[in-house]
Every structure is written in structure tokens, then in C-alpha cells.
Design a protein around this ligand. Structure first.
Ligand code: ADP
Ligand code: MG
Length: 732
């Protein structure tokens, strides 16, 4: 059944080559009890390992049931070991973190025997070796003899054809040795048993054939096979493969044996996750907070289409052009430092906006205004009624020289928007609303104060009040103040202004408590009657529309409006000057804050990421240590027929579990930490529940942790799978 033909094996260490087996020719019967005797180092273990397919010969051939093994693949050797061979080692080599039962089951587990059948068979063989009462013990709770019995049970469990025992009594006392040999002899009744021993006395007594080995050569054989041909049965091998379930059970058991270390690793691994989770929860929460702030508080800010739009993108990219500094050219180049983009507000565009405001979605808009540039001069009479002397207070021009409008610029004259937006957001606190008498050219305007009844000093000065000596200005003094408004080109003290329009301050308005709609800055607000009148009466003095302001009702309306305005630009190329950009003041404001939060978050996450890297390295090291610690186990598993893949699977599963654990622990701790963090924020900033972790982030972080741990352990796990089982088993 088994036949070695000219089998040689050399071990080369450095320059030196050790001949372990030298042209060994042996044949074994289907069942006999063979003992191999010989001095230490003569090649006995090597011979057993080669017969068992654990080690491979250099030359010659091993014939199994008439089949040559010269072309055996690694997988076939694995199957051969698993199906046909049972190993019994001198130092029992039980897997310490598995129970007696699980140790015995391992070979069957590898070949995929169903769990109930596995258990039944394992208990059966354990009964046979007299250990039925100890099946749930751990190997370290057994005596030497009991351990060896477990090892024998394990060797027999898969019902192999050949049992190989390497000095099975080497570590046992003589009484126990005899018991073990009795047991092995019983096995040899229907199996081929090849046993290595030093003890020639016991060998004589129990075995049916003694082979003497010396310096790697057979020097004696008490009962060589003489028969012409032994009946060769067909050689059947069943595939072995460790299921993930087995790998997981083995990993969990192993983790249990070093729970402290594993917890520490998982905790270390979780620190990075905690860091990232907290940062994400905060930045996420702040983002949402800003969104709701934007929705609740800033919705009233208009969407404006000014003549000059500050191009934030240009500012951002300014100075980072790819230019060579200190060039050696002998010419200069021109450059522009213009961060504004001109909006050419066409009739077409005005109609487009007007269509939206009046036809498409009038209900979503609370106000709109179209602002014109005009040649206007505000004048005050410092003389008497009969001998008036007008001095100019404020001049607006139809074609402003260079309109350097910033986003938050204020102007002294403000057109009051049409629609409900004024009544909704402003209270008339003194006087009356403007009443205009267009026919006589008499108009009224409102003065705006802020929520503290304050007025800009420049505004008061323009209106002719002495802000140097006075600090309080009675409403009654302000309301009723009369001015002349001259439309046209004005030259100081030359132009006759008697034909100017009359303008009177009729009342004072103040922003409502709780309103955040800043329609007006400190200054005079006039109605569109005035604009319309001037447009009609003095068309030459009116310039183009220099700004459109649309006041949406709420946040959704604003979004819809913005989409509508975006739509207008789709018919132009990206750099077409005909494109018209709008400014959402609220969005500009919040997007700046968002940008800062995002940047800070990224930096912080990068820092937290470092701790993830550190914990990954730790997991790699711990896996490596675990590999070193478990070399024996790796050897045993390989002897039982585990494939290289199965070995790495055991370690990979363990790392996956650790990584998953780290992720879950990290998320758990983060969720706990978020509670006090939110309390602190609530104390400091008076907003509750800012930090929150989204389910998506939780899942992603646990996944990241798991994958990182897996990747970190890949190399050590691969190293483990590549361990030579022969060397692994020789390791003490
Ligand atoms: P035995 O079991 O009879 O004591 P072995 O089969 O273990 O002997 O070893 C046979 C010879 O091969 C010894 O000289 C041993 O030192 C050598 N040997 C065994 N394994 C290796 C190895 N992995 N590397 C180098 N030499 C080895
Ligand atoms: Mg040996």
C-alpha cells in the first residue's frame, strides 16, 4: 500500500548539506505495526514526515496505493494528510485554546464533516482511548498520558489508513507508556502504524516489524514485504477546506485565551475611530445647525443681482498661478487684480426675473426691487423760505465712476421693495407712511433706524444734523424735515435747483423684533413712485438698472428661485460675459463658515487618521506575535491537512474580529462621549444636541476599522500560512 523507492532527503543549511535520508527503499503492508529504531539524528522523523506527506523527498518516489506522488500538487498532499494519515507527536501538540473535543474534531472539521456527525465520531474515539469524561477540558487540564490519548484520538478521528507516531511515549513514564502502546497496538489491528521509538525493548514486545535506521539508511528490517504484489485499492482523496465558521470559532477561542491583550488592541484601534467619529459628529452637527440657521434666520436675505459680483473663486485662486518667480526675461507682463465680475443686466434678463416674480411663482416672493442709477442730488435749504440757499448733501450719479460695491455695501438712498416684505418686517414707529403727490412733484420718504434706534453718523450728517455736539435726535425733529431733490447734472452753487422735487421725511421705521430681513441700511427709503416719476419725467437722467433684489418667502422659495436663475445661464458657455451671477448673501456668509468647518474637520480627521495608522501597525505586530506563538498550532493544522489558505484564514478571521470589535467599541465610546460634549456645547453656546453621528458614518467607520485591521494583518497571516509545517512542528 505504501512504498518508498530510492527516497533521499537532504537539508542544506548554509554551506553544509545534511543527508537525512539516503536512498531508502521500504514497502509497508495495509496493516502492520512497524517500529523504526535508530540513534538520534539518523532520519527517523524525516522518514515519518515524508511518508505522512508533511515533508517532501528530494529524489526517489513515494508510491501510495500504486500511484506515484512525483507530480503531487500542494493541495493533493493536504488532502492526503487529511484523509489518509493520522499523526501522533511526541509532545502531543494539542491546540491549547480548543477543548479536547474540538481538538479531536479538527481534522474532520477541515474535511467538512457535518458538526453532529463530527461530534459523535469524536466522542466515539475519545471513548476508545478512555477519555469520555474529559471532552470539555482544555489540554492544559490533562495529564501527560491523557494528552497523548487525546492526540491518538485526534489521529484516529478521521479514520486514516496510516497512523504515524513519532516517539509517542517519549515524554511519558513507563507505566503510561505501556498503556499508550497497548492502545496503539489495538489500532494497528486494522491500520498501518509506523512508530518511531528509542525503546527497543518495547518495540520488540509490541510491534510486528522492526526497521533499523542508521545515517539515513535502512540497515535492518525484521519482516520485509516479500509478496510479489500487495492488493492495491483505488486511491481516493477528499478535498479539505476550512469553513469560515471553523475559522471564526477557532479565532474566537483564541481571542478568549488572550482576552486582555485583544481588548487592549481593540481599544487602541478604537481610539482613531473615536477621534474620527467625534469630529464627524461635530462637523456634521454644526453643518446641520448652520443649515437650519440659514433656513430659519437668513431666508429673508435677498437674492441680489448686482452690477459687480465679487468672484470668490478668483480671490481664492489669486496668486497661486503657476508662474516662475524671478524670471530672467527682459520684458514685463500685465496682470489684473480684479476680483469682481460684471453683470450686464439686459432687458432680457429683467423680463426673465419679472416673469418669475409676477407669473411663475408670485406666491413665493415677498418683495422685489429694481434699482436704477440716476443723476440725483439731495439738497437742503439753509436760508429762509423766501430767500432759500440750497447746499448739496448727497450726490448720486447715473454713471458712477467706479462702482466698488462690496457685498454688504450700503447706500444712502434706498428704494423700498415692493410687496409685503416691508410691512412684514418693519414697524412704523413714528410719523406716517409716505404719501406722494406725483402731480406736484412732492414725495415722502422714510428714515430707517436699527433695533437700538440708532442711525449712522454719516447719515445724520448728510441730513444736516450736528453729530459732534448732539447725541440724541428727537424723532419729531427728524420727521417733517424737508429737502430738495434735484434730478439732473448738478454743479455746486451754479445749477438752479428751484425746479427740484420736494422730499420730506414722513416717518421712521424700525426692524421688527425677530425679523432678520435686512432690507435697508440706515438711510432714506423711497418708494417706486419716485423712481417711476423720474423715469418718466427725466429719462435722460436715469442710467441702467444696477441691481435687482428679490426677497423669497422662505428657504425653499429661495432654492427654487436660485434654480430658476441658474436656468438662465445654461444657454451660455461657461465664460460667456452674458452670464449673470446672483449673490445669495446668506449663502455667502454660511458657505464661508462651512468652508472653515470643513477645512478644520479635514485637518482633525487627518490627525485622528494617524492614530488609525498606529493602531493598524499594532495589529500587524500583534498578529505577528500571535503567529510566532502559534507556530506549533500552525504545524498541527497543516499535519491535519489544513491548506495554506486555511491557516491565513484563521489569522485573517481573527483580525477581522478585532477590527470589527475596535470599530464597535469606538462607536460605542463615541456615542457615550457625545452626551457630555453636547452638554458642554449647550452650556457654552446654548444650542442643544449639536454633535450627532449619522448611521452612514457609523457603518462606514466600523467598516473602515474592520478593513484596516484585516489589511494590517494580511502580511503576518501570509507569513503564518507559509510556515513550513516540518519546521513548525520541530519548534519547541
Ligand atoms: P531523528 O528523528 O532520527 O532524530 P531527524 O529526521 O529529525 O532525525 O533528522 C535527520 C537529520 O536531518 C539530522 O541530522 C537533523 O539535524 C537534520 N535535519 C532535520 N531537519 C532539518 C532541517 N529542517 N534543517 C536542517 N537539518 C535538519
Ligand atoms: Mg526525531
Amino acid at each position: 500500500m505504501l512504498k518508498l523507492i530510492d527516497v533521499s532527503k537532504n537539508y542544506t543549511v548554509g554551506e553544509f548539506t545534511q543527508v537525512a535520508l539516503n536512498k531508502v527503499n521500504l514497502e509497508f503492508r495495509q496493516n502492520e505495526f512497524v517500529t523504526i529504531l535508530g540513534p538520534s539524528g539518523c532520519g527517523k522523523t524525516t522518514l515519518l514526515n515524508i511518508v505522512g506527506g508533511l515533508d517532501h523527498y528530494d529524489s526517489g518516489d513515494l508510491i501510495i496505493n500504486g500511484k506515484s506522488t512525483k507530480d503531487f500538487e500542494e493541495e493533493e498532499w493536504d488532502m492526503y494528510r487529511n484523509n489518509s494519515i493520522g499523526f501522533i507527536f511526541q509532545s502531543h501538540n494539542l491546540i491549547p485554546h480548543l477543548s479536547v473535543l474540538q481538538n479531536v474534531e479538527m481534522g474532520m472539521t477541515l474535511s467538512g464533516v457535518a458538526s453532529s456527525e463530527r461530534k459523535q465520531r469524536a466522542i466515539e474515539v475519545l471513548k476508545e482511548v478512555g477519555l469520555a469524561d474529559h471532552i470539555y477540558k482544555r489540554p492544559n487540564q490533562l495529564s501527560g498520558g491523557q494528552s497523548q490519548r487525546v492526540a491518538i484520538a485526534r489521529a484516529l478521528a478521521n479514520n486514516p489508513d496510516v497512523v504515524l507516531a513519532d516517539e509517542p511515549t517519549g515524554s511519558l513514564d513507563s507505566v503510561t507508556s505501556v498503556q499508550i502502546l497497548e492502545l496503539i497496538k489495538k489500532i494497528a489491528k486494522d491500520k498501518l502504524v509506523i512508530m518511531v521509538t528509542h525503546n527497543s525493548e518495547l518495540a520488540m514486545k509490541y510491534s510486528s516489524r522492526i526497521i533499523n535506521l542508521k545515517d539515513g539508511q535502512v540497515v535492518g528490517d525484521s519482516n520485509p514485504v516479500m509478496e510479489a504484489k500487495s492488493n492495491s485499492s483505488t486511491f481516493l482523496l477528499k478535498k479539505t477546506s476550512m469553513s469560515y465558521k471553523t475559522a471564526i470559532i477557532s479565532s474566537i477561542n483564541n481571542i478568549k485565551t488572550k482576552i486582555g491583550r485583544t481588548l487592549l488592541t481593540a481599544f487602541a484601534g478604537s481610539i482613531g475611530i473615536i477621534g474620527i467619529a467625534l469630529i464627524l459628529s461635530l462637523s456634521n452637527g454644526l453643518d446641520q445647525e448652520i443649515s437650519s440657521f440659514e433656513q430659519e434666520m437668513l431666508a429673508g436675505y435677498p437674492v441680489s443681482i448686482p452690477q459687480n459680483v465679487v468672484d470668490l473663486e478668483k480671490i481664492r485662486s489669486f496668486g497661486i498661478e503657476e508662474l516662475t518667480p524671478y524670471p530672467s526675461t527682459d520684458y514685463a507682463t500685465a496682470f489684473e487684480m480684479n476680483f469682481t465680475k460684471q453683470n450686464i443686466i439686459t432687458k432680457d434678463y429683467i423680463d426673465y426675473v419679472d416673469d418669475y416674480v409676477t407669473n411663475i411663482a408670485p406666491d413665493s416672493i415677498s418683495g422685489v426691487k429694481y434699482v436704477h442709477n440716476m443723476n440725483l442730488t439731495l439738497l437742503k435749504n439753509v436760508g429762509t423760505d423766501s430767500f432759500p440757499t440750497y447746499i448739496p448733501l448727497q450726490k448720486d450719479l447715473k454713471d458712477p465712476v467706479e462702482d466698488n460695491t462690496s457685498i454688504f455695501s450700503s447706500s444712502f438712498f434706498t428704494l423700498l421693495p415692493e410687496g409685503n416684505v416691508l410691512q412684514d418686517n418693519y414697524d412704523l414707529i413714528y410719523g406716517t407712511m409716505p404719501v406722494n403727490d406725483v402731480s406736484s412733484g412732492t414725495f415722502q420718504a422714510l428714515l430707517v433706524v436699527d433695533e437700538y434706534n440708532r442711525i449712522y453718523k454719516p447719515t445724520l450728517q448728510i441730513l444736516g444734523f450736528d453729530t459732534d455736539t448732539l447725541t440724541e435726535f428727537a424723532f419729531s425733529d427728524i420727521v417733517g424735515e424737508k429737502f430738495k431733490l434735484f434730478v439732473g447734472e448738478y454743479t455746486d452753487y451754479v445749477t438752479d435747483v428751484s425746479s427740484g422735487l420736494d422730499l420730506e421725511i414722513s416717518g421712521i421705521i424700525r426692524i421688527k423684533d425677530g425679523s432678520n430681513v435686512n432690507l435697508l441700511y440706515n438711510g432714506l427709503g423711497y418708494t417706486s413712485d419716485l423712481t417711476d416719476y423720474i423715469l418718466e419725467a427725466y429719462p435722460d437722467q436715469v442710467g441702467d438698472i444696477n441691481g435687482i433684489y428679490v426677497y423669497p418667502n422662505d428657504f425653499e422659495s429661495k432654492d427654487a428661485l436660485k434654480l430658476y436663475l441658474d436656468e438662465y445661464n445654461t444657454k451660455f458657455e461657461a465664460d460667456d460675459p452674458a452670464r449673470i451671477d446672483y449673490v445669495d448673501q446668506a449663502a455667502v456668509f454660511t458657505s464661508m463658515i462651512r468652508g472653515v468647518i470643513d477645512t478644520v474637520s479635514i485637518v482633525l480627521i487627518a490627525f485622528a487618521g494617524i492614530s488609525l495608522v498606529v493602531s493598524s501597525i499594532m495589529i500587524a505586530i500583534i498578529t505577528y506575535i500571535s503567529v510566532l506563538e502559534r507556530i506549533k498550532e500552525i504545524g498541527v493544522l497543516r499535519a491535519l491537512g489544513a491548506r495554506k489558505k486555511d491557516i491565513s484564514r484563521v489569522f485573517n478571521t481573527e483580525n477581522l474580529l478585532i477590527g470589527f470589535g475596535a470599530g464597535v467599541v469606538g462607536i460605542g465610546i463615541s456615542l457615550l462621549l457625545i452626551i457630555p460634549i453636547n452638554l458642554i456645547i449647550e452650556n457654552l453656546a446654548d444650542v442643544s444636541n449639536v454633535a450627532k453621528l449619522s448611521v452612514l458614518h457609523i457603518v462606514a467607520l466600523v467598516l473602515i476599522s474592520t478593513v484596516l485591521a484585516f489589511v494590517a494583518g494580511l502580511i503576518p497571516a501570509r507569513m503564518a500560512s507559509k510556515k513550513d509545517p516540518v519546521i513548525a512542528l520541530r519548534t519547541e
